[in-house]
Design a protein around this ligand. Structure first.
Ligand SMILES: [Zn+2]
Length: 304
């Protein structure tokens, strides 16, 4: 793949299907060619998303869709807290995904891991991202690839936007919640709103302690809800209780006070700044035995 073909133009024509099998190395070289800073690298990686998307809209078979990259995707047995991993140093590039996950989640994991492969610096070049920064960029990359921004923007502009609309969009696009939530959070107009995805599950180190915990959040750019933390530990006690008491496919609304809101530092890392105040929310529960909720938090009274 010629480096000059990377484009942020979503209408760019798809590349030919008989590309060589070292596509990932060429793509990585072109991404790093102009990247001198964290901002450059972020821009360059996200600009490659439409190219990946152009390969991913037809087949539905991940292995076929990503063959041009020379990356093989292997579902294997792994722990329930692990979504996948890759081996960037190996000549034969393999992305391993959790075989127990559904097809949407496996697809998201594979694209996230391809983000990691593309972020390996070429020989002699230093890393420019922190670990948290790289994770967050790979999440954003997977979201850019799988969720067309124009579609999300049009929904937000024309609907009373909330958890139900987000979940409907996930169904239409056959994507898991996280990439749609990242995209919607970035495009929402109100800078004091945050979308939260929370599953009832154990902590990775305390698997028996099941509760609704943060999985991902997106919206007000400087807000940080630590993954794995319980909603109730952040002060969202009534939201956690309502989520517990709701049935499958039920919507509910309410408020909590005080809610502890941590602020994000440089490069997506946690900062030491914390605000607190009243938070109102609308939420929707999905699932019976392993439920999750999507909630839209209104943080305008927290003092953002
Ligand atoms: Zn990762």
């Amino acid at each position: 793949m010629d480096a000059s073909r990377i484009s942020s133009d979503p209408d760019a024509s798809p590349p030919p299907r008989d590309d060589p099998k070292d596509g990932i190395d060429k793509l990585r070289a072109s991404i790093w060619a102009t990247a001198r800073s964290r901002a450059d690298l972020t821009q360059a990686l996200l600009s490659a998303a439409p190219l990946l998307r152009s390969h991913m809209v037809t087949s539905g078979d991940l292995q076929v869709e990503l063959a041009w990259l020379g990356v093989s995707i292997r579902p294997i047995v792994m722990g329930s807290h692990v979504r996948g991993y890759c081996e960037p140093a190996r000549a034969v590039r393999t992305v391993y995904v959790n075989g127990s996950d559904g097809p949407e989640l496996r697809r998201y994991t594979a694209v996230h891991e391809i983000g990691h492969l593309l972020l390996v610096p070429p020989p002699g070049r230093p890393r420019v991202l922190s670990r948290e920064g790289e994770e967050s960029l790979c999440e954003a990359f997977a979201s850019e690839v799988l969720v067309p921004r124009e579609l999300v923007r049009s929904r937000i502009d024309t609907l009373t936007w909330g958890p139900e609309e987000l979940l409907r969009l996930c169904g239409e696009l056959s994507v898991n919640v996280t990439p749609a939530l990242i995209s919607a959070g970035q495009l929402m107009r109100d800078s004091t709103e945050v979308l939260v995805y929370s599953r009832r599950r154990g902590h990775p180190k305390r698997p028996d302690v099941e509760d609704f915990r943060f999985d991902s959040s997106s919206g007000a750019a400087h807000v940080y809800f630590p993954g794995d933390q319980r909603l109730s530990s952040a002060g969202l006690t009534r939201l956690a209780a309502a989520a517990e008491g709701a049935v499958h496919n039920e919507s509910f609304a309410g408020s909590d006070e005080p809610v502890r809101v941590e602020l994000r530092g440089l490069d997506s890392a946690k900062s030491s700044k914390v605000l607190s105040g009243p938070v109102s929310w609308r939420a929707h529960r999905v699932g019976r035995e392993h439920p999750f909720v999507v909630a839209l938090l209104q943080l305008d009274k927290v003092g953002l």
